[in-house]
Design a protein around this ligand. Structure first.
Ligand code: GDP
Length: 199
């Protein structure tokens, strides 16, 4: 069956886990360091210019944004991390929120982690990957902004990241991507389609 990502539309924003929509169907979440291009990736995937807001105010309490694709499928835009001047309280809130979400959400079937291909696997990224490893959640990494590197550099970075992923036991894959140029969308579709159609 064909999944129409372009049909995605905003459902709701929530500030804590008690407000999440019913835990049925399949949801796939997107996460990444601030400025890695998560919003741009979501907009590219759904072919909508303003689905996810590009650049939010750094440091404020952030929300989980839900988008509906169809009756049984949702996209989830998780709060970004790695802002330079975030108060410790907000960092703690973020850690607690995501940790609990990953551990408890039954309908969460996969996580897309967006990284800047020029700075992959940074501190917050590693923390996310460790949580996913612990709860055996499948992960697909998008090394975004590939348009900033040469083909040779892309290949080299992909290899380095793939080597590092050997340390994780959960299903984990990675690809290069460019939200700006629309490169890598088909490969992303393949991963999402498989997660969204698995029993
Ligand atoms: P977010 O904070 O992770 O949601 O990142 P945004 O989507 O707001 O993007 C951060 C900045 O990176 C913006 O200026 C985007 O235009 C830019 N950007 C996002 N994706 C790409 C990409 O694939 N290539 C390039 N060159 N810039 C990108």
């Amino acid at each position: 069956m064909t999944i129409h990502y372009s049909k995605a539309h905003f459902l709701l924003s929530v500030a804590n886990l008690t407000q999440l929509p019913p835990d049925n169907g399949i949801e796939i979440a997107f996460v990444g360091r601030s400025n890695a291009g998560k919003s741009s990736v979501l907009n590219r995937l759904t072919q909508q210019k303003h689905l996810a807001r590009v650049s939010t105010t750094p440091g404020r309490t952030q929300l989980i944004n839900y988008f509906v694709i169809d009756e049984t499928r949702r996209l989830v835009d998780l709060p970004g991390y790695g802002y330079a001047k975030v108060p410790p309280k907000i960092k703690q809130d973020w850690t607690k929120l995501l940790d609990q979400y990953f551990q408890t959400r039954q309908s969460l079937k996969g996580l897309i982690v967006v990284m800047d291909i020029r700075h992959p696997l940074r501190e917050g990224d590693q923390q996310i990957l460790n949580w996913c490893h612990q709860c055996n959640l499948p992960v697909h990494i998008l090394l975004n902004k590939a348009d900033k590197l040469s083909n040779g550099e892309i290949k080299q970075t992909l290899q380095t990241v793939k080597n590092a992923l050997g340390a994780y036991a959960n299903p984990i894959s990675c690809q290069s991507f460019s939200a700006a140029k629309g490169k890598g969308v088909e490969e992303l579709h393949k991963t999402l389609d498989a997660w969204y159609t698995a029993n």
